[in-house]
Design a protein around this ligand. Structure first.
Ligand SMILES: Nc1nc2c(ncn2[C@@H]2O[C@H](COP(=O)(O)OP(=O)(O)OP(=O)(O)O)[C@@H](O)[C@H]2O)c(=O)[nH]1
Ligand SMILES: [Mg+2]
Length: 416
């Protein structure tokens, strides 16, 4: 290897080393420059934000005013806003909601007071038929016409033909009725016969209240228009709340938005949530499905589903009830279907009851408006013909005017 060649190699190595060192140095200084310019930009931005914040603090201009040019501003608009509105604007901006006073949660009445009211309301309800019967039977000698009057009184009170005949037969053979007319004995006899007719050995407890009830227990309210389904759903929620149960309401009456609002009003008073659809005319079955899913997730004790009123002769609407039940059962078994009957509609209610029983199956009857009816006899006929017990009675429009049906309170009530 000659000397020139060695010098050549050394020169190449030196140049390569210089290039590498130069590259590293340039890269470092480039990074340093970027970092410096980033820091400068950040400092500038911080400065600007601080200046903006300082400028905003003393007054918060109304957005509309801020867009106006000074020439468009009226002297009033230019005047500095008063203290109070500035504070108001800040509150709304910070929280995003205007605070409204929260009404206190109500404490619903327990069962004892409700039964007492059932008795009182019935005895005051115009013409308690038990009292009318007592007045006829208290006569010294009962003629055939008197017995006919007894039967008519029973029929008028919607006791039903079969049950009326049965009761007259019993009374005619009861010595306490046909013999010496001791009012106390007569009252006892009549009370006993009526109690037997109403049935004292029937289990009237709601499925949700039985020991070992399913959790959540599901109740569906059904019935024709205006019988009191929504009101009863609300009152029933209160009854459960009074027993320290957790409750959820499902607004499957999607026919009118007002129906869900009505249920929400009931729920809000006792802090019971309502599952509803925001869309009027939504599929009621899908609301029931959602409600059951939510009740399951939240593990509440009872879910009460309100449905729209429907006439029993509208086949498509009756089919819809079947669907509501089936879809609910995808999430939770349905323990109870309560048919809500208006006591003042009398025997009409019987025809409705049979169709509802076939469409969705009913486990109990709620007789509403018993306070305004002298026709309490429907309690007897509905049970006799349907074989389904009356479980609850509505005795007024007040929030706790719903009582578990108690035969003794009922009979004492109608005897006045
Ligand atoms: N006096 C009295 N009124 C009652 C009773 N129960 C319900 N009502 C009234 O009956 C009316 C109808 O009640 P709702 O609960 O809206 O009836 P609904 O069955 O839900 O009606 P739709 O949903 O339209 O079918 C309301 O004015 C209630 O206050 C009751 O036991 N006694
Ligand atoms: Mg309703």
């Amino acid at each position: 290897m000659d000397t020139n060649m060695v010098y050549g190699i050394i020169a190449v190595v030196v140049i390569a080393v210089l290039l590498i060192v130069g590259g590293i140095w340039m890269d470092r200084s480039r990074k340093k420059n970027i970092q410096q310019s980033q820091e400068a930009a950040k400092a500038k931005a911080d400065e600007r934000l601080a200046a903006e914040r300082a400028a905003q603090k003393p007054t918060v201009p109304e957005p509309a005013e801020a867009k106006q040019s000074p020439a468009e501003q009226t002297p009033d608009a230019l005047a500095p806003p008063a203290e109070a509105p500035v504070e108001e604007v800040e509150t709304v901006e910070e929280t995003g909601v205007v605070e409204e006073p929260v009404p206190p949660v109500e404490k619903p009445e327990g069962k004892k007071g409700r039964l007492q009211r059932l008795r009182e309301r019935l005895s005051k309800s115009g013409n308690p038929f038990g009292k009318a019967l007592f007045n006829i039977l208290a006569k010294d000698h009962l003629s055939e016409t008197d017995w006919e009057d007894v039967e008519d009184t029973l029929l008028l009170a919607d006791v039903g033909a079969e049950a009326s005949e049965q009761l007259v037969e019993q009374l005619r053979t009861d010595a306490r009725v046909t013999g010496e007319t001791d009012p106390t004995q007569l009252r006892e006899a009549l009370r006993g016969e009526l109690l037997a007719l109403v049935g004292t050995d029937v289990d009237r407890s709601l499925e949700a209240e039985k020991p070992g009830a399913k959790k959540p227990s599901v109740i569906i309210m059904v019935g024709v228009n205006g019988t009191g389904k929504t009101t009863t759903a609300g009152k029933l929620a209160r009854l459960f709340v009074s027993e320290d149960k957790t409750v959820m309401l499902g607004a499957a009456d999607t026919f009118r938005a007002a129906a869900a609002d009505q249920l929400e009003t009931w729920g809000a008073k006792v802090d019971v949530p309502v599952v509803r659809s925001d869309k009027e005319g939504a599929d009621p079955a899908s609301v029931a499905f959602e409600a059951a899913a939510k009740a399951k997730d939240d593990d509440v004790d009872v879910l009460i589903i309100d449905t729209a009123g429907r006439l029993q002769n509208k086949a498509n609407l009756m089919d819809e009830l079947g669907k509501i039940r089936r879809v609910t059962e995808k999430n939770l078994p349905v323990d109870e279907v309560l048919l809500v009957l208006d006591a003042t509609t009398g025997q009409n209610g019987m025809a409705q009851a049979k169709v509802f029983a076939e469409a969705i199956g009913i486990t109990g009857v709620v007789l509403t408006k018993l306070d305004g009816s002298a026709k309490g006899g429907i309690v007897i006929s509905v049970q006799k013909e349907l074989g389904v017990p009356v479980k609850l009675v509505g005795v007024g429009e007040g929030p706790d005017d719903l009582a578990p049906f108690d035969p003794e309170s009922f009979v004492d009530g109608i005897l006045g």
